[in-house]
Design a protein around this ligand. Structure first.
Ligand code: SF4
Length: 224
C-alpha cells in the first residue's frame, strides 16, 4: 500500500484535492483508504458510543452499516498504516493534514518539487498528471533496516530518490516479518538476525513449558 500526503495551509483545497485523487484512483480500479489528521477529537457527544467512552472503555467500536473503532489515544501514521494493511488489501492510503511525514506528499500551498501549485479550479488534465506522479513517486511502509537490498545505501536515500522520481518501486517488506515488536503500540524495526534470535529464544522457552508442542504456529507475547 503506497502512502501519499496532501498538505497545505487552511482553505487551500486539501480536501477537494483528496476527493479528486480518490475519485480518480478508485475510477481506475485501485483500492484506496484515506486518513485525516486533526487536532480536535472525533467523539460524537451524546451518542451511546460516546457514553461508553466516557465510562472508561479504552476502545469503542461501532457496528452497523459502517464499522468504526475509537481509541482513546493518538496513533502515528506508521501505526495506522500498519493496522490498515492488516485489515485490508489496499493500493493507496491518502493522508490529509499530517505535516511531518516521510512520504511523498503534495502541497496545496507551498511551491516546490512534487507540488501542485494550482488546485482550484481543477482541470481533468491537472488531475491526470498528478495521478501519474503519485503512482511513480509514492511508496509504502519501509522496514527501515538500511539493508541496501533496494540498491540504495540507506532507506533515506531510497525515499529521496523515489520522491524525485528516480527510483523504481521496491518490495521492501516482501520478507514477512517473523517477529513484530511494538513498544507502546509503535512498531520497532528489527533486522533479520534479531528477529531470528527473539523467535528462537521465545520458542525454546515455550518448548520447555509443559504445554502443547509448538510447531509453526504464531506466538503472541505481550509485556506490560
Ligand atoms: S530495502 Fe527497504 S529496508 Fe532495505 S535499504 Fe531499501 S528501503 Fe531500507
Amino acid at each position: 500500500m503506497k502512502i501519499i500526503g496532501v498538505t497545505g495551509t487552511k482553505d487551500t483545497g486539501k480536501t477537494t484535492l483528496v476527493e479528486k485523487i480518490v475519485e480518480k484512483l478508485t475510477g481506475e480500479g485501485y483500492r484506496v483508504a484515506t486518513l485525516k489528521h486533526t487536532h480536535t477529537g472525533f467523539d460524537f457527544p451524546g451518542k451511546d458510543t460516546d457514553k461508553h467512552r466516557r465510562a472508561g472503555a479504552e476502545i469503542v467500536a461501532g457496528s452497523g452499516r459502517e464499522t468504526f473503532f475509537l481509541l482513546e489515544r493518538e496513533m502515528d501514521l506508521e501505526e495506522i498504516a500498519g493496522t490498515l494493511e492488516i485489515l485490508d488489501d489496499l493500493d493507496f492510503l491518502i493522508v490529509e493534514g499530517f505535516k511531518e511525514m516521510e512520504y511523498a506528499s503534495i502541497s496545496t500551498s507551498t511551491p516546490g518539487e512534487f507540488t501542485v501549485k494550482v488546485v482550484d479550479p481543477f482541470s481533468l488534465e491537472d488531475v491526470d498528471e498528478l495521478i501519474d506522479l503519485i503512482k511513480k513517486r509514492s511508496y509504502g511502509l519501509l522496514q527501515n533496516l538500511n539493508c541496501k537490498k533496494c540498491g540504495f545505501s540507506s532507506c533515506r536515500e531510497f525515499r529521496e530518490a523515489k520522491i524525485r522520481g528516480e527510483a523504481d518501486d521496491i518490495d521492501c517488506r516482501s520478507q514477512p516479518e517473523r517477529v513484530l515488536l511494538r513498544i507502546d503500540g509503535k512498531p520497532v524495526p528489527l533486522n533479520p538476525f534479531v528477529q531470528e534470535f527473539i523467535s528462537k529464544t521465545v520458542r525454546g522457552m515455550i518448548d520447555a513449558l509443559e504445554t502443547e508442542s509448538l510447531k509453526n504456529g504464531r506466538v503472541d507475547l505481550i509485556i506490560k
